[in-house]
Design a protein around this ligand. Structure first.
Ligand SMILES: Nc1nc2c(c(=O)[nH]1)N[C@H]1C(S)=C(S)[C@@H](COP(=O)(O)OP(=O)(O)OC[C@H]3O[C@@H](n4cnc5c(=O)[nH]c(N)nc54)[C@H](O)[C@@H]3O)O[C@H]1N2
Ligand SMILES: Nc1nc2c(c(=O)[nH]1)N[C@H]1C(S)=C(S)[C@@H](COP(=O)(O)OP(=O)(O)OC[C@H]3O[C@@H](n4cnc5c(=O)[nH]c(N)nc54)[C@H](O)[C@@H]3O)O[C@H]1N2
Ligand SMILES: [Mo]
Length: 691
């Protein structure tokens, strides 16, 4: 870090001696510096009075929030208080520890998070096949000979459920050592440009493509599950059902020629090691559940699950899988259903697609209050516009966030935590899904001011005030919790968790990690099955009943006439979901929130680059700037998410000057993966015309 005489940050550089990142830093890093110094960032609590905001003290803010939430719970029951947790939770030690203590212990069924707008299908397949929602397979990127990427763009996203700093170099290395990269995506992405081959696929058709791969593997007698064969259950069933999905039969629905599918299947089987990897594009679509299952099934059928160069499992120093087992959180599915639409619970949470209707629909169990933490669901969830309209009807809303943005502007109180550069970091989640085992601790880069609070302190304080009945005994218990929490802190929890971790015998303690200036390298991934399976019978279920039941929905879709035009998303290097657009240096340049349209479609519609198009879906209408390009598949248009900063009442001056359009004013809360409840951001039917 370079700091000038006035104490301002001039430059941030990577750590070249970090064995893991080798000095690579994401281009968004300077954006973090901008957030740190952003005059729009809140550092003290604020309270809304009508359209005006006034700063208040922490004591007053905590009192207000605790008394309002208590009172609403007393009148309407626990389910009347909903919770939404956003994406930064996963990288925030305080929110992963004390955040869960407060938010999950509110005891509401109306628990929502970005999970159901993201990786839920992967967690579901891990639960149903391996017995624990956190046993997430990770591609062994540095050792594989064949990398088939479906619905992911790691060159831009930097890898997701695949911690792999400088993924671009790793992909180039793969090809240098003679390996092959094949990308299947409705857009010729930045990752596809590095690939040996790229195939367009119709959005939502991945499960048909994957069934075509399985069909070929079985029909041509190429399936070789190898070492894990004895641990498999349901192989005959899988083989039988794949029999119905010959690639010749599904080619028109997927847009991928049968010959190409067969070639990929043969290459997967012939490669010494190979791995199929799928991310957001295969999850947030109509058949996200089936897709995740089938990705695992292909990796198993080719003998690549849990073997070097295939899909493996990280072993982090904080063993989340084991901890989840210990505290009874190995996962759950459809234990209960949402009140209004009957969508299934997963891991104690309900799909975020049903949050708005749970607020709007009267009756017992109606949501009356909302706590949001590190999330911006108005911009990031399907039909965010409907949620935006529903939020003002709440009796009370509190947001733990340092921005007054499209969501938090509806709050009655905003409790701003310190920002990432003002607290320490110990990545639990990232190393749980890392392509190489490791650990790293970062102390804070800047001290916080005395009047600032960390996320964990805010959550601990609210838990202490809310957890117990409002009597003398309750208050004593609250103080005891507060004292214990402050004594332990988030690091105390890490220390305790590491004492249960897999490296304790090798003497890896928190202090050792903290002292290792460049991080600790714990070596390549190692096989862990069948011992590491968490299923009751110790086997991998290749044909879970939930998926078999969902195949009829897929077959019905195969018979339907496809929509003429469908919408997908697009991640961009200088954005991170909705919250880095208040950084001038990240938003400058030509407008990026553009609607990509294929030249054939543009010609038919009569629009050209630079025109404004009106896009409409069942959910709504929005205008967007057109960019004609053949990098997008014919019949598909793409709009990035996280934009739409023109809403009144926010305090984001830079973002408001380059607002863009929110794609989630077009996505549809009724268009989703009905099996898992995951939001459908890909393949939304739309109409486009010249505005
Ligand atoms: N159409 C479409 N929609 C999508 C997606 C898509 O691909 N297409 N992607 C989906 C995915 S994968 C995700 S993960 C979700 C993300 O959905 P959300 O998590 O709801 O949205 P973010 O934009 O990440 O909002 C993060 C919020 O947290 C705040 N914040 C940042 N750091 C911290 C912190 O340390 N503490 C606290 N308390 N607050 C913090 C920011 O100010 C911001 O308000 O969006 C989903 N929405
Ligand atoms: N720069 C940047 N980095 C990020 C983020 C960001 O916003 N900006 N967000 C972070 C978050 S929260 C996450 S979850 C990760 C996500 O990480 P990734 O999943 O790698 O990122 P995406 O760019 O969403 O990749 C999804 C791809 O799926 C394709 N796609 C869409 N529909 C389909 C389909 O039906 N089938 C197939 N096969 N492909 C489809 C899209 O064209 C896109 O290329 O990235 C993280 N990193
Ligand atoms: Mo995400």
């Amino acid at each position: 870090m370079e700091v000038d005489a006035a104490g301002a940050i001039r430059d941030l550089r990577g750590d070249e001696e970090d064995p893991f990142s080798r000095g690579y830093v994401c281009p968004k890093v300077m954006g973090l510096v901008d957030v740190h110094t952003d005059p729009d960032r809140l550092t003290t609590p604020v309270r809304r009075r009508g359209g005006d905001w006034e700063p208040i003290g922490w004591e007053e803010a905590f009192d207000l929030v605790a008394s309002r939430l208590r009172e609403i719970r007393r009148r309407h029951g626990k389910d009347a208080v909903a919770v939404y947790q956003g994406n930064p939770t996963a990288h925030n030690l305080g929110l992963l520890t004390y955040g869960q203590l407060f938010l999950r212990r509110l005891g509401t069924r109306n628990l929502y998070s970005a999970t159901s707008a993201d990786q839920l299908p992967h967690m579901l397949s891990s639960l149903l096949m391996f017995g624990n929602q956190l046993l997430l397979p990770v591609p062994d990127l540095d050792r594989t000979d064949y990398f088939l990427v479906l619905g992911a763009n790691p060159v831009v996203s930097n890898g997701s459920i695949m911690t792999a700093p400088d993924v671009k170099r790793r992909l180039t290395d793969l090809r240098k050592r003679g390996g092959r990269l094949v990308v299947v995506d409705p857009r010729r992405t930045e990752t596809a440009r590095l690939a040996d081959r790229h195939h367009f696929i119709r959005p939502g058709a991945d499960s048909l493509f994957l069934l075509g791969l399985l069909h070929t593997l079985y029909e041509e007698n190429l399936a070789r599950p190898g070492r894990l064969r004895a641990a498999l259950r349901g192989e005959d069933e899988l083989r039988r059902l794949a029999g119905d999905f010959a690639p010749e039969r599904t080619a028109s629905a997927t847009g991928i020629a049968a010959g190409d599918v067969r070639t990929i299947a043969r290459e997967l089987a012939a490669a010494p090691t190979a791995v199929v990897y799928g991310r957001v594009g295969v999850c947030t679509q109509e058949f996200g559940g089936l897709s995740s299952w089938l990705i695992n099934a292909v990796n198993i059928a080719t003998g690549n699950l849990d073997n070097p160069g295939g899909a493996m499992f990280s072993r982090p120093p904080v063993d989340l899988v084991k901890l989840a087992d210990l505290v009874g959180m190995r996962g759950s599915f459809a234990r209960f259903r949402s009140r209004v639409r009957g969508l299934p619970e997963f891991g104690g949470e309900l799909p975020v697609s049903c949050l708005a209707e749970e607020i709007e629909t009267p009756g017992p169990g109606q949501v009356r209050a909302l706590v949001t933490s590190a999330g911006n669901p108005v911009l990031s969830t399907p039909n965010g516009a409907r949620l935006d309209r529903a939020l003002p009807s709440l009796e009370f809303m509190v947001s733990i966030d340092f921005y007054r943005n499209e969501t938090t502007r509806h709050a009655d109180v905003i409790l701003p935590p310190t920002f990432a550069l003002e607290h320490d970091h110990f990545e639990i989640a990232a190393f749980a899904v890392s392509v190489r085992n490791g650990a790293r601790y970062f102390p804070p880069l800047f001290p916080r001011r005395a009047d600032q609070r960390h996320d964990w302190e805010i959550c601990l304080e609210l838990a202490s005030r809310l957890e117990f009945p409002d009597n003398t005994l309750g208050r004593a218990a609250g103080s005891a919790l507060r004292r214990a929490g402050h004594r332990l802190g988030p690091v105390g929890i890490i220390k305790a968790a590491m004492a249960f971790g897999p490296y304790r015998r090798r003497g890896l303690t928190f202090d050792r990690v903290a002292r290792a200036e460049h991080g600790v390298d714990l070596g390549p991934l190692e096989p862990c099955f069948p011992d590491g399976l968490h299923t009751k019978d110790g086997k991998i279920d290749l044909a879970p009943a939930a998926y078999l039941g969902d195949l009829a929905r897929l077959s019905a879709r195969l018979r339907e006439e496809p929509s003429e035009l469908v919408l997908i998303g697009r991640r961009q290097l200088r954005s991170n979901n909705s919250w880095l657009h208040n950084s001038q240096r990240l938003v400058k340049g030509k407008p990026r929130c553009t609607l990509l349209v294929h030249p054939d479609d543009a010609g038919r519609i009569g629009i050209a680059t630079g025109d404004t198009a009106r896009v409409s879906s069942r959910a709504g209408t929005a205008e967007a700037l057109v960019e004609v390009s053949d990098e997008i598949m014919p019949g598909v248009v793409s709009l990035p998410h996280g934009w739409g900063h023109a809403r009144p009442g926010t305090a984001l001056r830079v973002a408001a000057a380059t607002p863009g359009t929110s794609v989630n004013d077009l996505t549809d809360e009724n268009f989703l993966d009905l099996l898992s409840g995951t939001s459908g951001f890909s393949g939304v039917p739309v109409a486009v015309e010249r505005a």
